[in-house]
Design a protein around this ligand. Structure first.
Ligand code: AMP
Length: 608
């Protein structure tokens, strides 16, 4: 059976898991860390860096280091969230050709799915190193409240990374799977997931028979740890500006240092009641003198800076519980997911709201990837007893006359699902109808998100209201939407099917897939070449260390002189191949080096 990897593609960190011997296991990266920063950098020399190595150099290469790309994925250029990011990010966010968002690094402009793909590609390589074989199939998680465009863009990112994304699942649902797949009782759980960039709350029923049914879900795809960091950053910038009259936001390097310091202070304040923020030489003053930033932040001050953010999450919990039609007392367990749930204020707010202590049984950083791997396994297993029933987080419909929004699939409907409604023409002799596919909760269509549009043409000329058009919405198991329109009179079905786009065309995706594949091949080749060189270096050293002893043992014998001469030749040739970087020849030369070493060891009486 092939392996399916489960990937939690986080705003701040990503995590990967596989099911091995029936057990879901998180795979550590080469540095031994179980999570990898979702950061990408391009160095001055054009080298791509991903993960910890990108994070480490972020301050000195701030303009060309991307973090929190998930906050931008699948969004339109003009959205307030993107404009907010443009103002606050140290890297350059630019407008794309399809009203989408692009990121400029060095002299190249990248789409957001391309950036996410580079992170996914790194996660794929981590899994391949661990499993020692190639992997293709993946389940990737997204926030439950992601809309169609954000899901599609995430799927595209997977495709670009060379993955066959067999399912996109919601993060809180994945957490519930990891928590519940071994439990043998019926229960209702709430999953509160506050990560680096997004917030979700889901209420689920878990049955002992292995059915996981989401009852309701809600969230905010632009509320997470980044916002807490920005509150601290704003406070630091204001303090500095009052003292020195300088706006630190204008200096990209200072901004990146402030961002790091803000996050560090926030994390420290989860364990301590006060912490010092100390940034020497943050900027130069008017007379070119070095200025330093130094101040103390207390936990209670942090809480006052961020209280409204936490309250927003509590409001959403209330709304979700209402939509589920449940009382707090009917929730058997509350799971905390996401790094931000380590903040005492968050834990307290959740405990106060649900009137119970949250479960300590899950690891907030790993549980989502574990759940994704469990789901991946069940999708390829023939006799899997597990059934996952998720819901659509947004209402779907079309724009109708008067600018109103006509609902076809209400939010919190179990997916996959489909729904049809019959509409009629609104003008005499109308031969075409434009279908505007929308997602949102407002009665006014313009306040909702436009997913796509298409025109059904060739309608019979008739009086208004006579020609009937059937509109069918479908949501597949990935939560991705498609829409069809059919002229009921002629039976003619419009061939255009609308699905949201990630802002990339098919051709763009194809060429990005090819580029990513080349990169992966080159990286693997470089790694293989490095491995061969290291092996050759090791053998050369071991042989060189034995020369004096071999010379002593065989002193005076013709055979010995001969053998030593040949060994010197082998070593000399190996050195020249290492220098030339001729990997193929060096790989063959390793045989000769190994034989020489064996022979030397035999001569001096050493074994192994
Ligand atoms: P995630 O997206 O789940 O990886 O969560 C990342 C977010 O959790 C980031 O904003 C981190 O700063 C935040 N975080 C991680 N550890 C802590 C901590 N000990 N206290 C507060 N926030 C934390």
């Amino acid at each position: 059976m092939s392996t399916v990897i489960g990937i939690d593609l986080g705003t701040t960190n990503s995590c990967i898991a596989v099911v091995e011997g029936g057990q879901p296991t998180v795979v550590a990266n080469r540095g031994g860390y179980k999570t990898t920063p979702s950061m990408l950098a391009i160095t001055e020399a054009g080298k791509r860096l991903v993960g910890h190595i990108a994070k480490r150099q972020a301050v000195t290469n701030a303009e060309h280091t991307v973090y929190a790309a998930k906050r931008l994925i699948g969004r339109k250029w003009n959205s307030p969230q993107v404009q907010n990011a443009v103002a606050n990010c140290s890297y350059r966010i630019v407008e794309g050709p399809h009203d989408d968002v692009r990121i400029q690094l060095r002299n190249k402009v990248y789409s957001v799915p391309e950036i996410s793909a580079m992170i996914l590609q790194e996660m794929k390589m981590i899994a391949e190193d661990f499993l020692d074989h190639e992997v293709e199939k993946a389940v990737i998680t997204v926030p439950a409240y992601f809309n169609d465009a954000q899901r599609q863009a995430t799927k595209d990112a997977g495709t670009i990374a060379g993955l066959d994304v067999i399912r996109i699942i919601n993060e809180p649902t994945a957490a519930a799977l990891a928590y519940g797949y071994t439990r043998k009782s019926d229960m209702t759980i709430a999953v509160y997931d506050l990560g680096g960039g997004t917030f979700d709350i889901s209420i689920l029923e878990i049955s002992s028979a292995g059915v996981f049914k989401v009852i309701s879900t809600a969230g905010d795809t632009y509320l997470g740890g980044e916002d807490f960091d920005l509150r601290i950053l704003g406070w630091l910038v204001d303090n500095f500006s009052q003292e020195h009259g300088i706006d630190l936001r204008e200096d990209r390097m200072a901004l990146q240092r402030l961002k790091d310091a803000a996050e560090k202070a926030k994390c420290e304040l989860s364990a301590m009641v006060e912490t010092e923020v100390n940034l020497p030489f943050i900027i130069s003053g008017e007379r070119n003198e070095a200025l330093h930033l130094q101040c103390v932040l207390t936990r209670s001050h942090l809480e006052s800076l961020c209280d409204d953010l936490v309250q927003r999450t509590v409001e959403t919990c209330k709304q979700t519980l209402d939509e589920a039609g449940l009382e707090k007392s009917e929730i058997d367990e509350v799971l905390l997911v996401g790094g931000m749930t380590r903040m005492p204020l968050v834990q307290q707010a959740v405990a106060d709201f649900f009137e119970r202590e949250p479960s300590k049984g899950v690891h907030p950083d790993e549980v989502v990837a574990l759940g994704a791997s469990v789901q991946g396994r069940s999708l390829i297993e023939e006799n899997s007893h597990m059934i996952l029933l998720d819901v659509t987080p947004h209402t779907l419909g079309i724009m109708v006359i008067g600018g109103y929004f006509e609902e076809l699939i209400p939010l919190n409907t179990t997916v996959p699902t489909s729904s049809s409604k019959v509409f009629t023409t609104v003008r005499d002799n109308q031969t075409a109808v434009k279908i505007l596919v929308m997602q949102g909760e407002s009665r006014r269509a313009e306040e909702n998100e436009l997913l796509g549009e298409f025109i059904l043409t060739g309608l019979r000329r008739a009086r208004s209201g006579e020609v009937e058009i059937d509109v069918t919405f479908e949501i597949n198991a990935d939560g991705i939407v498609s829409v069809r329109a059919k002229d009921l009179e002629t039976g003619m079905e419009q061939s255009i099917t609308v699905t949201a786009t990630s802002g990339l065309t098919e051709d763009e995706i194809k060429s990005m897939v090819a580029e990513a594949r080349n990169f992966a091949l080159t990286t693997r080749e470089q790694e293989a070449a490095e491995g061969i060189k290291q092996e050759a270096d090791k053998l050369i050293k071991q042989i060189e260390q034995l020369f004096p002893e071999v010379e002593r043992v065989v002193a005076g014998s013709d055979f010995g002189r001969d053998a030593i001469g040949k060994a010197r030749e082998v070593v000399k040739l190996s050195y020249s191949l290492v220098e030339k970087g001729d990997t193929d020849a060096l790989a063959e030369q390793i045989d000769a080096l190994s034989r020489t070493l064996r022979m030397f060891r035999g001569v001096v009486g050493k074994v192994g």
